[in-house]
Design a protein around this ligand. Structure first.
Ligand code: BDP
Length: 329
């Protein structure tokens, strides 16, 4: 987006929202929350649930309205809007934060987590808290982490049974340099682009594929145009719920506490919804005739990531984080 279009979009959005955290009545504050996913998706439902908790605990003074289905824009743009205070809350993958909050890079490294359990242990503990705190100098308050499963490659051309099969195929990645280098190191060609453009780009052959978890592969309908899915599980990237620091500072310390606690409590709900949705999405996608390659030797993929780690894990802070994540049992 050009600067001009971006500024125009920001003004348009600001006008549409008539100022974030609008005072609906003398007493009521409505926080606007953005999500790229459709209504009913676990992240959308979890933030709605958080909203119910907040409303109950503030006797209706504060509410949350979730703008799902990318109504407020694509992630990269909504992140900026959240930093500006035009959007109050935003549920996003950690990936698009990589070029803003350096610490998010470590949890976006391919194969950094050995399993979902390993990811939970790290993110639920002191390392997770440290990374949440790292958002604040960037005008954002990190509230809680949600699950994003494991991401794997899908494409329209052929089943991928080894790294060799990725050669020459063009894959869309989220807008972060790490993912570009990741795909290139595996022998494919990476094209960063907004999520909303992926379906038509595969359909028209601009790219051959992308990568994502079961629920996103299903809800985005990418499975209709990419019939080959290989469970190489190269990324387990947590998702994060952030609040605009500007909106946060408008709340009293008591209300901040209520919002933070409700966000943390919505995590359990999210994980339940996520597990159920993963199973449903897998069933739906398999029934639609997608060919799934499940048994793939991941070791060559893991080995190929060495240059990616070397390129991104450069300073002591990041080296220390990576070492501590790897040492977490
Ligand atoms: C999904 C994430 C979402 C990202 C999307 C993507 O939940 O935040 O926008 O992937 O690939 O899994 O862009």
């Amino acid at each position: 987006m050009s600067i001009f279009r971006k500024v125009t979009a920001t003004i348009a959005l600001a006008t549409m929202l008539a100022g974030a955290a609008t005072a609906v009545s003398a007493q009521e504050t409505l926080l606007r929350s953005s999500d790229t996913h459709p209504d009913g998706y676990p992240t959308v439902e979890a933030v709605k649930y958080m909203g119910e908790l907040v409303k109950e605990r503030t006797d209706g003074r504060i509410g949350i309205e979730v703008y799902h289905s990318a109504q407020l824009g694509e992630e990269k743009d909504t992140i900026e809007q959240t930093q500006f205070g035009v959007i109050d809350l935003n549920r996003v993958s950690m990936g698009p934060f990589n070029n803003i909050v350096e610490e998010t890079q470590v949890v976006s490294l391919p194969y950094i987590f050995r399993s979902i359990d390993h990811m939970h242990k790290v993110m639920d503990g002191p390392i997770g808290d440290e990374i949440l705190a790292a958002f604040e100098p960037h005008d954002l308050i990190g509230l809680a982490y949600y699950d994003g499963g494991a991401r794997s490659f899908y494409n329209s051309e052929k089943p991928i049974k080894s790294m060799d099969d990725l050669k020459g195929l063009k894959f869309r990645v989220m807008q972060s340099d790490i993912f570009v280098d990741m795909v290139n190191a595996l022998g494919g060609n990476a094209t960063p682009m907004p999520y909303g453009e992926v379906y038509s780009s595969i359909q028209t052959g601009v790219i051959e594929g992308a990568e994502n978890n079961w629920p996103s592969f299903e809800s985005s309908k990418h499975f209709e145009v990419a019939k080959h899915y290989t469970l190489d599980e190269h990324l387990i990237v947590p998702e994060v719920l952030v609040m605009s620091k500007k909106s946060w500072e408008k709340l009293s310390p008591e209300d901040q506490e209520i919002v933070r606690t409700a966000a943390k409590e919505s995590v359990t709900k999210m994980r339940e919804l996520w597990q159920a949705r993963e199973a449903e999405s897998e069933k739906m996608v398999r029934e639609a005739g997608v060919e799934v390659v499940k048994d793939i030797d991941k070791q060559p993929f893991i080995d190929a990531m060495k240059p990616v780690y070397e390129k991104y894990v450069t300073n002591d802070k990041l080296k220390d984080l990576v070492a501590r994540i790897q040492a977490t049992e």
